[in-house]
Design a protein around this ligand. Structure first.
Ligand code: GN1
Ligand code: MG
Length: 354
């Protein structure tokens, strides 16, 4: 691996030497490495999964163009602060934004943002509030970026009917064992079907605006400084046209879970309503002026819908014998799905009583 990474690193335009590497293993799709060099800055080198992302040049140009847009918006900041607020992509020696190996793999490289912290789980209301500000600001700053120029890197990514049809297909081919194991959850999916289509129906009727969205706003995709202040939104692979609810809901899904998304002890998995309020406050402080009343009205439903869509996708992948997400053990996807269903239950109970 080291020799391969060294070689790929050397294809990019930088003036330092490769020293060592370590894997940044938080994602479920791509392979990501921190490259330490003889002098700072360090770099993040990433192999983009071309089984999942079919148009990698389109994906790369989405994220480079959005970064350039943010850099322009933040050009008033001192350079050092600007460099910690936006992802900066490094070009290859040939001037491209990605390098393609002979075997077909695509790589891109970013400057590593030093002295930053990420959270897989939130244990602090201030982080929830700061996360809200960071993702709210991202939506606000991209609200004048022409969404129609973005490539739809995964068509129908958060489209509920599409995710239901994948689930129904998986049910047809799933093993008897896995179907029996998942029976209770398969029934939950059916019971929530209508409610979970409300946002999509509003989107399709044109009542909710299409805007630039990040589409993977789990809290581990937010960088913080060591004083818990939000710094930079990362993992911009899935930037596409979408609705505000995708980004609000997916952040809530991870921030308000009192445990990690794959915690197996479901007693530890609960929805933290205080974090919801803190996130919502930070989020609206940054983006409320860009939102319509109907967008704001449906934010609570966005939370339930995005938790549900992940539950559905994890369950589908379990039924498909784990062909999409990386897993660490055989029932990993099933555990993730159970975890998300427990979170929905806890959220729904608390919403009823507020
Ligand atoms: C995947 O690979 P990662 O962690 O960035 C997935 C997201 C899910 C997430 C769940 C392209 O993101 O949609 O929310 O796992 N990304 C893709 O943790 O499917
Ligand atoms: Mg991602």
């Amino acid at each position: 691996m080291e020799n391969q990474l060294k070689f790929i690193f050397s294809q990019f335009n930088q003036d330092t030497q490769f020293e060592s590497y370590s894997e940044l293993a938080s994602g479920h799709i791509n392979d990501t490495y921190l490259i330490k060099t003889t002098k700072k800055p360090f770099f993040v080198l990433q192999r983009i999964n071309h089984g999942v992302f079919k148009d990698i040049p389109g994906l790369i140009s989405n994220k480079v163009n959005v970064s350039n847009h943010l850099i322009k918006k933040l050009s008033h900041l001192p350079k050092e602060e600007l460099n910690r607020s936006v992802l900066r992509f490094v070009k290859t020696k040939e001037g491209n934004s990605y390098y393609q190996e002979k075997e077909g793999n695509y790589w891109n490289m970013m400057v590593f943002i030093d002295n930053s912290v990420t959270y897989e789980e939130v244990k602090d209301e201030e982080v929830a509030y700061e996360g809200g500000k960071l993702f709210g600001d991202f939506l606000n700053m991209t609200s004048d970026f022409p969404a129609e120029t973005l490539t739809e890197v995964i068509p129908k990514f958060h489209d509920m009917s599409f995710r239901f049809s994948q689930f129904e297909e998986a049910l047809k081919t799933a093993s008897k064992e896995r179907k029996t194991q998942a029976k209770e959850y398969i029934n939950c999916v059916a019971a929530l079907k209508d409610e979970m289509h409300i946002l999509q129906n509003l989107k399709e009727s044109g009542k909710i605006k299409i805007r630039v969205t990040h589409n993977d706003t789990k809290i581990s995709n937010a960088l913080f400084d060591t004083n818990k202040k939000g710094l930079c939104v990362i993992d911009t692979d899935t930037i596409m046209p979408g609705i505000v609810h995708y980004d609000f809901g997916d952040a809530i899904r991870t921030i308000c879970n009192t445990a990690a998304e794959d915690e197996r002890n479901l007693d530890l998995v609960n929805f933290n309503m205080n974090y919801y309020k803190a996130y919502e406050k930070g989020f609206l402080e940054e983006v409320e002026s860009a939102l319509t009343p109907i967008e704001i009205k449906y934010l609570p439903l966005a939370a339930k819908t995005m938790i549900f869509i992940m539950a559905l996708r994890f369950l589908t992948d379990f039924l498909n014998n784990d062909i999409y997400y990386k897993i660490a053990y055989p029932e990993h996807n099933f555990d993730r799905a159970k975890n998300q269903f427990k979170l929905i239950e806890s959220f729904a109970k608390q919403i009823e009583t507020t």
